[in-house]
Ligand binder design. Structure first.
Ligand SMILES: [Mg+2]
Length: 449
């Protein structure tokens, strides 16, 4: 039996913003103690809530809802702008502390990780799991200034469920013998990985709690929900899940395939050449994922241009997939964006020498997932995209201004020259000076005196 911890930062973005504010100004109000939220464009008051304080939660403020709606529920809600650079730094520091306890660590999002502490506990005289969890919480709280919940069990699913019990700064165990008391009374929608639509279907069938799902025949659940979802719900409701904490980094877990073109893809042959290459690559990636029984949430396309620049673009899907058609359709959009969008890789007669298609953010077991890290990445990319747009727009404006200035200067000079000619002609007659001022450019040097 393994001992697995799931460690989850309490209201991560909000806590991290609060800690940073307090660090900069120790007299500032601690955002965690008042109704507050991270999200959107604070000055314009739009966008969505990405994190909220526990006091804000009491007003019914929800993650993912529009800022406007949250403000209706809680007019005094204090809003702060997201600060991804800070979040990344705190996330890294948090993971580093965890890693000092055990190398068998699987980071599942920016603010949560599984830690296999079986050996550590076996090797440490008199150390039990709950004491170890308290030590980890204390170290994070005292050195980094924010709190975490620790869930303890024998597999990842149960540990994850446990960390979600009462918050903040708490340790909860959910060992197999505790399942009837601690897991089964929970509403079915609280089962990790059970999406809203699945929960609704089960509720309609009269299955309201996790315990009721656990007591339903697997085949029956499968006939209602489909093979995979039915199996997932049945197994998890009965407390079964993976005990393997994947120690490799999330980034390393990806499937990709790339190819070098015999002839560069350019504007001229794009329509004929690009799609068949993408299709072949997508099918190849899909087949490998099929063998690995993996699904991915992020599709990416990377290219190398004929001047050896590497560029890539990615998008996050609604749900994990390994379907070649879905990968292909998204890859088409991404390559078009790279070639003809803001980056305009095929402008000025450029060509593409190499194309790769990849799938990452793998999901190997669950069938639905919500990932804060993906969410954050999308936000961040969106921000970068906007900045890039802004930069291009500014550049365009500058260029237009410069062109207008040059045109005005040219006009001024022409007029000046015209006036000069008129003057000379008035004084010396029409033959005296031709408009042949470009005589010198014939290549002959004017004769010197
Ligand atoms: Mg969290």
């Amino acid at each position: 039996m393994r001992i697995i911890f799931h460690i989850d930062v309490n209201s991560a973005f909000l806590s991290w913003s609060a800690v940073k504010q307090l660090k900069e100004n120790p007299d500032a109000v601690d955002l965690r103690t008042i109704p507050s939220a991270v999200g959107g464009d604070v000055s314009k008051r739009h966008g969505v809530i990405t994190a909220k304080s526990i006091p804000a939660k009491k007003y019914g403020v929800q993650t993912g809802e529009p800022v406007v709606k949250a403000l209706q529920k809680c007019p005094d809600l204090v809003l702060v702008q997201s600060d991804f650079a800070t979040y990344r730094a705190y996330s890294a520091a948090f993971i580093e502390i965890l890693r000092s306890y055990s190398e068998i660590l699987e980071q599942v999002s920016i603010d949560e990780a599984y830690l296999d502490v079986t050996e550590l506990i076996e090797d440490s005289e008199g150390l039990d799991a709950v004491t170890l969890a308290a030590q980890i919480r204390k170290e994070i709280r005292e050195t980094l200034g924010f709190t975490v919940n620790v869930g303890i069990s024998v597999n990842k699913f149960l540990a994850k469920m446990a960390s979600d019990f009462a918050k903040p700064d708490k340790t909860h165990t959910l060992y197999p013998e505790e399942i009837p008391a601690k897991l089964w009374p929970l509403a079915i929608r609280d089962l990790y990985g059970c999406g809203a639509s699945t929960a609704q279907k089960l509720t309609q069938l009269g299955i309201l709690t996790i315990g009721e799902a656990a007591g339903t025949q697997k085949e029956l659940l499968q006939s209602y929900l489909g093979q995979k979802a039915g199996e997932y719900i049945y197994e998890r409701a009965n407390g079964r899940g993976s005990e393997v904490v994947h120690a490799e980094s999330e980034k390393a877990k990806s499937y990709s395939n790339e190819t070098t073109m015999s002839e560069d893809i350019t504007v001229r042959n794009y329509e004929a050449k690009a799609d068949p290459v993408l299709r072949a690559l997508s099918e190849h990636v899909s087949a490998r994922m099929e063998r690995g029984q993996a699904k991915g949430l992020t599709v990416s396309v990377s290219v190398k241009t004929d001047d050896f620049k590497r560029r890539s673009r990615q998008m996050t899907l609604e749900r994990p997939t390994r379907d070649a058609e879905v990968i292909y359709a998204n890859a088409q959009v991404l390559l078009r964006e790279l070639c003809f969008g803001e980056t305009a890789l095929l402008a000025d007669g450029r060509g593409i020498r190499l194309i790769g298609v990849g799938m990452s953010k793998l999901d190997e077991g669950g069938y639905e997932q919500e990932n804060l890290f993906d969410w954050m990445k999308t936000q961040e990319e969106e921000k970068e995209r906007k900045q890039e747009q802004e930069r291009v727009r500014e550049e365009g404006e500058k260029k237009a201004e410069e062109q207008a200035r040059q045109a005005a200067e040219k006009k001024r000079r022409t007029e000046q020259l015209g006036r000069m000619l008129e003057n000379v002609q008035m004084r010396f007659g029409k033959q005296s000076l031709q408009k042949g001022v470009s005589k010198d450019t014939s290549g002959e040097k004017p004769e010197e005196d």
